[in-house]
Design a protein around this ligand. Structure first.
Ligand SMILES: Cc1ncc(COP(=O)(O)O)c(C=O)c1O
Ligand SMILES: N[C@@H](CCOP(=O)(O)O)C(=O)O
Length: 462
C-alpha cells in the first residue's frame, strides 16, 4: 500500500514513511492511494475475531511494509493495556448499542489508536536509529493518550499544546501530572483551533520539521485514523451476530472529524453502514455543512463537551479530497479559499453527496444534560457529555430500520462537573484517577504564537 497527499504534492510513499511524515510535506494530509474493499463473507469472518486479531487483519491491509510478526506483537502489546478483556466492549441500553471506547489507560477513545502509535513510533525509531520530537495539539483527550503512549520511551520527547483553562480539570491533571523528563505540557493562551494551527504551521516548515525530527500524534497521522477504523468492524460484527441485521448505523460525537472519517473509510471498505450520524455540540460548523451546505467559520464557544469545542476540523480536508474527486488542486484551492474567506461553497450535487454520506445534528448544552439525565433514569447507565451528544443525535435521526451503535468516546469520570449537573451525583472514579489531584504537576503557560512554541521546542528537543 502506498500513500498520497490530499494536495497532490506527495505520492508513492510507504506506510512507515507516511507514519513518520505525519503531515504531508506539501501541507496536506496523507491517505492510502487505494482503499481495499472486503466482501460480505470477509466482513462476517472478521466480525468473529477478538479485538487484537481483528486489528491485525485490518491494519495489515494498509501496513504491508511492517513484517507480520512485528505488527502482531505491536498490536498485542497495545491492547494488553486495556482494562476490559474485550478491549472495546459493547453495552446494550434502551435499544441503543454503546461501544465503550474508554477502557484504555487515559479513559478515552484516543487510547485505541495512541497505544498503538506510541509502540509503532518506538519500533520505527529503533529500526532507523532515529530520535523524534512529537508535537501535538489537544482539546483534552489526545494529549493525555499520546503522553501515556510514549512517556518514558527512549529517543522520544513529547510536546503537547492544550488550550489554557479550556479542558476539564481531570483532563488537565491527566496531562500535567505526568512529570517524566520527556514530557512537556504547554497551556496555550487561546483555543484548540489556535493550538492546532500552530502545530500545522510548524509542521509546514519542512526544513524545521526534518531538523528536529517532528512526529505527529494527532489524527493528522494516518495511523491514528487507521487504528480507529478497526472498531467499526468490531462493533458491526458483534451487533450482526446479536441481531442478524444486514446493516448497522453509527452515531459519532464529532470535533476534529477524525473518528467519523474512520467510519467513512470503513464504509468505503465495504462495511454495511446504514447511517453515519455526525453529532456536534454547539460548535456546529460540521453539522451545518451536512444539513445545509453551510461551511462557514463561527467563534468557538465553551460547552459541556469541551473536547469537541472545535471549529476547524483537521480531517475535513481528507473528506474534501474525496468530495472533489481526488483532485489535489481542487483541495489546495478550497483550503486557500477557506483561509481567506472563512467559508466554502458547495455545488448542489456535492451537497446531495454529503447528505448521502452523513446525517447530522448539533446538540445544545441543555439537550446534552437532558440526555445524560434521561438515559440515566431509564437505564442507570451514566453517559459522558460527548457520548450524550451522539446518543441524542441517534435518538433524533435514526429511523429505526436497523440497529444503532453510539461511540462512547470517554469515561464520564473525566467530565464530573457536567455529569453532576445532569444527575446530581458524581460518576464512579476508575482506579487510575485515584488521588490524581495530589500528584506533582508540570506545565508551562505560553502565548498562542508560533514562535513561542518553536523556541520552546528548540530549547527542549531531544
Ligand atoms: C471525548 C471525545 N469525544 C469526541 C471527540 C471528537 O472526535 P473527533 O475529533 O475525532 O471528531 C473528541 C475529540 O476529538 C473527544 O475527545
Ligand atoms: N478532541 C481532540 C482534538 C484533537 O483531535 P485529534 O483526533 O486530531 O488528535 C482531543 O481530545 O485532543
Amino acid at each position: 500500500m502506498r500513500y498520497q497527499s490530499t494536495r497532490g504534492g506527495v505520492s508513492g510513499i510507504s506506510f512507515k514513511d507516511a507514519v513518520l511524515m505525519g503531515l504531508a510535506d506539501d501541507g496536506g494530509l496523507l491517505l492510502p492511494e487505494t482503499i481495499p474493499t472486503l466482501s460480505e463473507g470477509d466482513i462476517e469472518a472478521l466480525g468473529r475475531l477478538a479485538y487484537p486479531e481483528l486489528a491485525f487483519q485490518i491494519i495489515s491491509l494498509y501496513a504491508g511494509d511492517v513484517p507480520s510478526a512485528d505488527l502482531k506483537s505491536l498490536i498485542d502489546r497495545s491492547y494488553a493495556t486495556f482494562t476490559h478483556p474485550d478491549v472495546t466492549p459493547l453495552a446494550h441500553q434502551d435499544g441503543i448499542y454503546i461501544l465503550e471506547l474508554f477502557h484504555g489507560p487515559t479513559l478515552a477513545f484516543k487510547d485505541v489508536a495512541l497505544q498503538f502509535l506510541g509502540n509503532l513510533f518506538e519500533y520505527l525509531l529503533a529500526e532507523r536509529d532515529q530520535k523524534m520530537n512529537i508535537l501535538g495539539a489537544t482539546s483534552g483527550d489526545t494529549g493525555s493518550a499520546a503522553i501515556a503512549g510514549v512517556r518514558g520511551k527512549q529517543n522520544i520527547n513529547i510536546f503537547i499544546l492544550h488550550p489554557h483553562g479550556k479542558v476539564s480539570p481531570i483532563q488537565e491533571l491527566q496531562m500535567t501530572t505526568v512529570t517524566d523528563a520527556n514530557v512537556f505540557n504547554l497551556a496555550v493562551e487561546g483555543t484548540f483551533d489556535d493550538a492546532q494551527a500552530i502545530v500545522k504551521e510548524i509542521f509546514g516548515d519542512v526544513a524545521f520539521k526534518n531538523q528536529y525530527a517532528l512526529g505527529a500524534v494527532n489524527s493528522i497521522n494516518w495511523a491514528r485514523v487507521l487504528a480507529q477504523v478497526v472498531y467499526y468492524f468490531y462493533a458491526f460484527g458483534r451487533v450482526q451476530r446479536l441481531t442478524g441485521c444486514r446493516e448497522v448505523s453509527f452515531s459519532v460525537p464529532t470535533g476534529n472529524f477524525g473518528d467519523i472519517f474512520a467510519g467513512y473509510i470503513a464504509r468505503r471498505m465495504g462495511l454495511p453502514i446504514h447511517q453515519l450520524i455526525l453529532a456536534t455540540n454547539e460548535n456546529n460548523i460540521l453539522a451545518r455543512f451536512v444539513r445545509d451546505g453551510d461551511y462557514s467559520l463561527g467563534e468557538v464557544v465553551a460547552t459541556l463537551s469541551p473536547s469537541m469545542d472545535i471549529q476547524i476540523a483537521s480531517n475535513f480536508e481528507r473528506y474534501l479530497f474525496y468530495l472533489h474527486g481526488e483532485d489535489g488542486n481542487a483541495v489546495i484551492q478550497a483550503m486557500a479559499d477557506f483561509r481567506q474567506q472563512g467559508r466554502l461553497e458547495f455545488t448542489v450535487t456535492q451537497q446531495e453527496r454529503v447528505r448521502e454520506d452523513f446525517a447530522a445534528l448539533s446538540v445544545s448544552n441543555e439537550q446534552t444534560l437532558d440526555t445524560i439525565r434521561s438515559f440515566h433514569e431509564q437505564t442507570g447507565y451514566v453517559l459522558d457529555p460527548h457520548t450524550a451528544v451522539g446518543v441524542r443525535a441517534a435518538r433524533e435521526l435514526s429511523g429505526g430500520e436497523c440497529p444503532v451503535v453510539c461511540l462512547a468516546t470517554a469515561h464520564p469520570a473525566k467530565f464530573g462537573d457536567a455529569v453532576r449537573q445532569a444527575i446530581s451525583k458524581d460518576p464512579k472514579r476508575p482506579a487510575s484517577l485515584e488521588g490524581i489531584e495530589d500528584r506533582p504537576k508540570r506545565s508551562e503557560i505560553i502565548p498562542a504564537e508560533v514562535n513561542a512554541v518553536r523556541d520552546f521546542l528548540v530549547k527542549n528537543a531531544c
